[in-house]
Design a protein around this ligand. Structure first.
Ligand SMILES: *Cc1c(COP(=O)(O)O)cnc(C)c1O
Length: 477
């Protein structure tokens, strides 16, 4: 491709992208392709001769697009959102144009210094105390692993990095039964063994019971194990439960445990001062992660990881082979030593574009709207015969199900709700997913797509309500 062609196709692509946003709501939210359908249409061998961009684009439209699930559809109410926004997309275009690999200050001073500045902004924007430093990671899963590795090295005076685990009593890690699967994965990768992950029971609101946490820590100490860290969730993936950070933090302090906070989705809500009750007790927290790539309109990937002791982080990960030595040394940040990977994308740029473009005010207004509309949706569900709310909804996710008054067999209720969800998604207008809470098949309704408005939530409710009534009539309950 020549520079002239790049310019020509680049202009065409921008038009394609703007049209996409105008039209995406008319596409099925969830792709309807069958397994193998896309790969079956792709040639088995890579082309030997160069191909025209027009031909590539035609196949993109023909083969790829129908196989895409549209996360930027205003009918997106599944999982959590993975939002983008216009300024974020434009910044990503610049990032890929510059094509910089930002592993150290020297390899792009502006990338490093912008990251330092926007992460300070972001920490302040969500109400973190000034003693936290931030670094962008790819995902919350990585940040949680990085946190537990740092905890391990601090607890062993960097001994495990040096000699491995030989002769050490096992470390134990604590989270709630509702915590994200990434914690178990991190425990496995960090070498603690998943048998040493303690899943503490939750209360009626699906939040960790701190009394049981303390009991478990004491039991483990008596057994000669070494309690290492607690991972508290602000906004669990199932029901967005908020663990009691203050009480958990006091227990961590008492027993000398590391405290990591997983606020992957809910962290964005902290932009609103009225939601900061969730971080009461932040003074006892060592590390904190949330994903601007979920709810804060920065497209995937961008995970904001904050640490109270950056020296601990750097000492855990630093490497300094001869070929990476620079004369600036430690006077500047070299983010290659703030996590697992060496090479790094210039992700701070899109964060900067988004924060400046929306302003704190614009971000707050959007997020407050999502939370408000979710509450309105929940009120509709509560008032509807044959529907039931299954968890508190402190944020913008509502957990509900159909519950016919005369049907009490939980198995049958579960089957009815699986059929309900299937039928909702078959409309192709909205997409919802499920979880299980106390064994109950639970439908989750997440409000938070970048362009979703109250009217979309209203339309979704009309669809959900009519399918629900239809099923109730058919099942004769
Ligand atoms: C989404 C989510 C994660 C995982 O996020 P990734 O960035 O995809 O690793 C972890 N914890 C919670 C609570 C989540 O909702």
């Amino acid at each position: 491709m020549t520079n002239e062609e790049f310019r020509k196709y680049g202009h065409q692509l921008i038009d394609w992208m703007a049209d996409y946003f105008n039209n995406v709501d008319r596409l099925p939210v969830k792709s309807a392709v069958k397994p193998g359908e896309v790969i079956g249409r792709l040639p088995g061998k890579a082309p030997y001769e160069p191909e025209d961009f027009d031909a590539i684009m035609a196949d993109f439209n023909e083969i790829i697009l129908p196989g895409m699930t549209h996360w930027q559809h205003t009918g997106w109410h599944a999982y959590f959102t993975a939002n983008n926004s216009y300024p974020s997309i434009l910044a990503e275009m610049l990032t890929s144009t510059l094509g910089a690999q930002c592993m150290s200050w020297l390899t792009s001073p502006a990338a490093t210094e912008l990251e330092e500045r926007v992460m300070k902004w972001l920490g302040e924007m969500i109400g973190l105390p000034g003693d936290f430093d931030g670094v962008i990671q790819d995902t919350a899963s990585t940040a949680t692993l990085v946190s537990l590795l740092t905890a391990r090295e601090m607890a062993s005076a960097l001994e495990i990095n040096k000699t491995g685990f030989y002769g050490q009593a096992p470390f134990t890690v604590y989270c709630s039964t509702e915590a994200h699967s990434s914690i178990e994965r991190a425990v496995k990768i960090a070498g603690f063994g998943k048998d040493h992950l303690r899943k503490i029971p939750v209360d009626a609101a699906f939040a960790m019971k701190p009394g049981l946490l303390e009991e478990q820590i004491e039991k483990d100490i008596k057994r000669g194990l070494k309690p290492l860290a607690v991972v508290a969730a602000l906004g669990t993936t199932g029901s967005t439960a908020v663990d009691p950070l203050d009480a958990i933090g006091k227990i961590c302090k008492k027993y000398g445990l590391w405290l990591h906070v997983d606020a992957a989705w809910a962290g964005t809500a902290l932009l609103l001062p009225e939601m900061r009750y969730m971080i009461n007790g932040i003074e006892n927290v060592d590390t904190f992660v949330f994903n601007p790539h979920k709810w804060m309109f920065v497209n995937f990937d961008c995970s904001a990881y904050f640490v109270k002791d950056k020296a601990a982080l750097i000492r855990t990960f630093e490497i300094l082979p001869e070929y990476l030595k620079t004369k600036e040394g430690t006077a500047v940040n070299n983010y290659r030593d703030w996590g697992i990977q060496l090479g790094r994308r210039f992700r701070a740029l899109k964060l900067w574009f988004v924060i400046r473009s929306f302003g704190q005010k614009g971000l707050q207004q959007k997020v407050a709207g999502h939370i408000r509309w979710a509450k309105i949706f929940a009120e509709w569900v509560e008032e509807e015969q044959g529907f039931e709310i299954l968890a508190p909804y402190p944020l913008a996710t509502v957990c509900f199900r159909l519950k016919p008054s005369k049907l009490n067999d939980e198995k049958k209720i579960n089957a009815l709700n699986a059929a309900f969800l299937e039928r909702i998604n078959r409309t192709e207008k909205i997409f919802l997913t499920h979880t299980k809470l106390n064994g109950k098949y639970t439908i989750r309704f997440v409000v938070g797509q970048t362009r979703t408005e109250l009217r979309h939530v209203e339309d979704a409710w009309v669809t959900i309500k009519s399918i629900g009534s239809e099923l109730l009539r058919e099942s004769k309950f």
